[in-house]
Design a protein around this ligand. Structure first.
Ligand code: ASP
Ligand code: MG
Length: 429
């Protein structure tokens, strides 16, 4: 008998039918002799709808504490309904809010980080034969005792944190596709399902905008050695295993090549904006100052590029990308330090998209960059920014060129298959 944490995303529980299907699935696992802890997201697009609603009530930014109070309600609805559905099918279930489940976080509303997990009530519920259902994406600040949320898609992180704290054997992440694909099957229908992927590559994929797993969930799973199994709640197909340590790579099936593929996939991201700080004095300390100001606004930035300094002016431009949702706060913070830093202006562009090619095999295979940029050229895609790591190449391009770029790169690296991937539900919103 093992302990399995199962996380169900919003599209798996978007209506009563979906909730019943998920309930049956949970009971099947329980009947097979396993203990089950379930983490559930808000139904369908509930979180977006709550955000839209809040947006209609305030012209300025809503108070962060109240926003978290509001958004955490979405998961409360789905957890209670799921518990009822399980009860209706004759099994025992009890639902818990994040704070009842012992998810203690810091006090940064909207992107709280886990500080401590003490799932005593969850443990007691399982010991008494219950399916414990935990509301995803929320916790309670240890300091203020206020309800917090962990950022969009945060239920994955709740699931892994629960799995780690309870010593679960596996954390199953149920979604509306059969696993992790070489590209988003909504953009590339011929994308291929990946059977196993290292957490290192998965980290790069998630950081590059692959929405299938929350970045922090992958980091957490890697850190605590939790094996992740990403699979569909609409089918019983084996999904994708994300293996926390390289030693676990030996899940190689007979007949499979022993060397890992060069490329594991193409990720894209439409949620970022590009900021250019124009005319920064080219002297030591200015970049540090800029990024200190940005850090103060709690924004996670990416892809930093500094232009060659113009010798006539002694000034340079510094560009970076950041999540659009942090755009206003960062612009404001920079403006209020404009005089001190001494830059000339800020330009801000939300009409951009990021594409990333990821593969651990890039390390030892020359020619990847050439194939990459040649494919973009053939597809008529203009590159605005470039950044690389040992196992990733990323570019920023115009938003309306992004889908073409993804398909071109996917094809250039022979990642296409003949059969189309099944997308069972969800809007990918
Ligand atoms: N319901 C939240 C969201 O839509 C959390 C989650 O789905 O993981 O972002
Ligand atoms: Mg969601």
């Amino acid at each position: 008998m093992s302990l399995i944490v199962q996380k169900f995303g919003g599209s798996s529980v978007s209506d009563a039918e979906g909730i019943k299907r998920v309930a049956r699935r949970i009971i099947d696992t329980k009947s097979a002799g396993h203990d089950v802890v379930v983490v559930v997201s808000a139904m369908g697009d509930t979180t977006d709808e709550l955000l839209d609603l809040a947006g209609q009530l305030t012209t300025k930014k809503a108070p962060a504490r109240e926003m978290d109070m509001l958004l955490s309600a979405g998961e409360r609805i789905s957890m209670a309904l799921l518990a009822m559905a399980i009860d209706g099918l004759g099994a025992k279930a009890a639902s818990f809010t994040g704070s009842q489940a012992g998810m203690m976080t810091d006090a940064i509303h909207g992107k709280a980080r886990v500080i401590e997990v003490s799932p005593k009530r969850v443990r007691r519920a399982i010991d008494r034969g219950f399916v414990a259902i935990v509301a995803g994406f929320q916790g309670m600040s240890k300091e203020s005792r206020d309800i917090t949320t962990m950022g969009r898609g945060g239920s994955d992180t709740t699931a892994v944190a629960m799995a780690a704290a309870l010593g679960a054997d596996v954390c199953e992440i149920y979604t509306d596709v059969d696993g992790i694909y070489t590209a988003d099957p909504r953009v590339v229908p011929t994308a291929r399902k990946i059977d196993t992927i290292s957490s290192e590559e998965m980290l790069e994929m998630a950081a590059s905008g692959a929405k299938i797993l929350h970045l922090r969930c992958v980091e957490y799973a890697r850190r605590f050695g939790v094996p992740l199994h990403v699979r569909s709640s609409f089918s019983t197909n084996e999904g994708t295993w994300v293996l926390p340590s390289p030693d676990d790579q030996i899940k190689i099936q007979e007949g499979e090549p022993l060397e890992q593929p060069i490329i594991s996939g193409v990720a894209h991201d439409r949620s970022e904006a590009k900021v250019t700080v124009v005319g920064v004095p080219d002297i030591p300390g200015k970049a540090a100052h800029i990024f200190r100001v940005i850090a103060g606004a709690h924004a996670n930035i990416d892809m930093i590029v500094q232009n060659v300094s113009r010798s006539d002016t002694g000034r340079t431009d510094i560009s970076f990308t950041l999540p659009m949702v942090d755009g206003e706060a960062v612009k404001e913070a920079l403006r209020s330090s404009q005089e001190e830093i001494g830059f000339q202006e800020i330009s801000y562009n939300e009409n951009v998209g990021k594409l990333s090619l990821i593969g651990a095999g890039m390390r030892s295979n020359p020619g990847v960059s050439f194939t990459f940029f040649e494919a973009l050229h053939q597809a008529g895609v203009n590159v605005n920014m470039i950044s690389t790591s040992e196992i990733r190449i990323s570019i920023v391009t115009d938003a309306d060129k992004l889908d073409d770029a993804v398909r071109a790169i996917h094809a250039a690296f022979d990642l296409d298959t003949d059969d189309e991937a099944t997308v069972y539900g969800g809007t990918g919103r």
